[in-house]
Structure formats: structure tokens, C-alpha cells
Design a protein around this ligand. Structure first.
Ligand code: NI
Length: 137
């Protein structure tokens, strides 16, 4: 595979709450997403879900507390735990979860129009390029 630049990957799309799969590791996707406003309450019955905040701030509401994540923070939502991510001012995040995992989980409230219920989208070609000119340094 070719190297993938996360900044370029994030620049290749604008949709909110609509993750792009940047690569895979064994059976797991590495996904990036732009988020702003509220996601929805949902739970993944069979998998933990890893979050890394690349930029901005992300809140993850859980049943008994809300976790506040800043740039560089990581957090894992345990399998089965109901959670609702949100970001008042917007954030760019990276997630790690098994390929095929739905963004809205196995159990969820009604999916609002601004949320994409997906197992992640492929990156478009132009996010994959860009390093040839520096090869050989
Ligand atoms: Ni989730």
C-alpha cells in the first residue's frame, strides 16, 4: 500500500459524522471523521470502539458520565456501553473498530438526517497521493 496522510484524507471530504476508512489493520478499520453537533445514542454489542481526537474537542456521553476529550486524547468505549458523541465546536477524530462496524451500532435511537449510518466509506483517490515528490530524500 501507499502512505496515507491524515490531513489530506480529512481534506478530501466535507460530510459530518460520515467516517472514511483510511486503512485496515488485520480485521480492523482505521477511520477518520469530521464531526460537529450531536451524534446519537447507540451501542456496539460485540466490540469496543477506540477514539483519538486529532483536532478540536469531543464529548462522549455515557450512561453515568460524560467524557471530555481534547486534542491528543484517546478513549475506548467498552462494548455494550450506550454512548453519544458530540462536539459543540467541531472536531476531527480517528476511530479504530472491526471492519463492518456500523457507526450507529447494533442498538440506537432514531437516526437523525445529519448522521450517516454507515460502516465507513472508502477514501477517494486523491487523498492517497502526494508523497512521490519527496521520495528519495
Ligand atoms: Ni459508537
Amino acid at each position: 500500500m501507499d502512505p496515507i496522510n491524515l490531513t489530506e484524507a480529512l481534506a478530501s471530504f466535507d460530510a459530518l459524522w460520515s467516517p472514511r476508512i483510511v486503512t485496515t489493520v488485520n480485521d480492523y478499520d482505521i477511520r477518520v471523521a469530521k464531526v460537529r453537533g450531536e451524534h446519537l445514542w447507540h451501542a456496539h454489542d460485540d466490540t469496543d470502539e477506540f477514539f483519538l481526537v486529532l483536532e478540536g474537542r469531543l464529548d462522549i456521553a455515557l450512561e453515568d458520565r460524560t467524557v471530555h476529550l481534547e486534542q491528543g486524547d484517546v478513549f475506548v468505549v467498552p462494548r455494550g456501553a450506550r454512548h453519544k458523541p458530540s462536539s459543540e465546536a467541531g472536531a476531527r477524530i480517528l476511530m479504530i473498530e472491526p471492519s463492518g462496524t456500523s457507526t450507529v451500532g447494533d442498538r440506537h435511537e432514531e437516526v437523525p438526517d445529519h448522521v450517516d449510518a454507515t460502516a465507513g466509506h472508502a477514501l477517494t483517490g486523491h487523498a492517497l497521493a502526494g508523497h512521490d515528490e519527496v521520495s528519495g530524500r
